[in-house]
Write a protein that binds this ligand. Structure first.
Ligand code: ATP
Ligand code: MG
Length: 357
């Protein structure tokens, strides 16, 4: 029991059924009729703007916040009313909650001692957890003698050391600078691979979500707007909200009745003449407003005849179709647009929770 696999264990799924949360003294539900099946071993990310209900949803799974309605199950067992420590879920939050007076090793051992794990096994598991987060050399340090990123790795080790059914992470990288964040993102991806454990990860950083997740659930005002693999959400956003929250998009009216066509910048063709556009491709005249060099590509800012703005993307080295101030014809292959409801009509038309299963 002294290998890193000491920490590995069978994965568990989590089923969220019609869960709502209404905090006392508020008039809007923080979480509104959310249903979602998280598969065993899946890396599921809750993505959404501030106040959209991500932490509330995670806290209900963890057991820190009581449900107003609905139920949450792991492997078919209703855990909605269990105390947090009975749910067997690992939790890591943004602000490291390490015990300041305990060494790294004792911090990690703590949840095992609470569970009355035999001493010899505690030692083996702490060693494995330290290996997993690559802090073998730091076992005897106090938290204050570690960097922020190292402290967060201790928190990760402590959350997985007792082999929870799943790991819940609420913006665990939020307090770290960009470079450390990128590094820990890769560490978390590796931990997920090595442990094979179900991860639920909360972030409002779309890049982080796209990089790490098997699937992303996009939260908006307490509801899930869409859930799917990163590429599907990016290429096929189901709503205008998802299109605009995940990356940049061009939004065109007048392509289909009552719907808007969303075209990603890298899918937008720019030509100097309308007769250069293939037949059957929708087209819109535009003015190039600016061109920004962004390292590996140029971002070409556009303003369309109806006053809306958008952008196209060109890989660096490719010829630029026009200069700022010049007119172009923007066009696209119909297969490359996603049709979404025109949210100016009514939001209720496209807000149904996307349950899976
Ligand atoms: N204890 C509480 N009492 C009353 N309202 C609350 C409480 N906690 C959260 N809320 C409200 O519930 C809504 C959802 O909050 P929540 O913390 O879940 O959002 P979030 O998506 O995690 O946001 P962020 O990205 O800022 O962390 C917000 O409108 C918030 O003000
Ligand atoms: Mg939050």
């Amino acid at each position: 029991m002294s290998q890193p696999s000491t920490l590995g264990q069978a994965s568990h799924g989590i089923r969220i059924s019609a869960v709502s949360k209404m905090y006392a003294g508020t008039s809007q539900p923080a979480v509104n009729d959310v249903s979602l099946d998280i598969a065993p071993g899946e890396f599921m990310t809750f993505l959404g703007p501030s106040g959209s209900g991500k932490t509330t949803m995670l806290s209900m799974i963890a057991g820190f916040v009581a449900l107003t309605a609905g139920r949450i199950e792991t492997d078919g067992r209703d855990i909605s009313r269990l105390k947090p420590h009975k749910r067997d879920l690992g939790v890591v939050f943004q602000h490291y909650a390490l015990f300041p007076h305990m060494t790294v090793a004792r911090n990690i051992a703590f949840p095992l001692q609470q569970r009355s794990v035999p001493k010899a096994e505690i030692a083996a598991r702490v060693r494995a957890a330290l290996e997993l987060v690559r802090l073998e050399q730091y076992a005897d340090r106090l938290p204050r003698q570690l960097s922020g990123g190292q402290q967060q790795r201790v928190a990760l080790a402590r959350a997985v050391v007792y082999q929870p059914r799943a790991l819940l992470l609420d913006e665990p990288l939020g307090a770290l600078d960009k470079k450390l964040r990128d590094q820990l993102q890769r560490e978390i991806a590796r931990m997920h691979r090595e442990l094979g454990m179900t991860f639920i990860f909360v972030t409002h950083d779309q890049e982080e979500a796209l990089t790490l997740s098997d699937r992303i659930a996009v939260f908006n005002e307490g509801r899930i707007e869409q859930v799917g693999p990163p590429a599907e959400l990016y290429e096929r956003p189901a709503t205008l909200f998802v299109a605009e929250f995940l990356g940049e998009s061009n939004v065109f009216a007048g392509v289909a009745d009552g719907q808007l066509a969303v075209v990603r910048p890298e899918r937008l063709e720019l030509s100097s003449r309308a007769d250069a556009v293939p037949a059957g491709h929708p087209q819109r005249p535009a003015l190039v407003t600016d061109i920004v060099y962004v390292g590996n590509h140029h971002r070409i800012g556009l303003r369309f005849a109806d006053g809306t703005s958008g952008c196209a993307m060109r890989v660096s080295g490719a010829p630029l179709p026009a200069a700022p101030g010049e007119s172009v014809i923007a066009s696209w292959t119909p297969a490359h647009h996603s049709l979404v409801a025109d949210s100016t009509t009514t939001r209720t038309e496209h807000q149904s929770p996307v349950g899976i299963g």
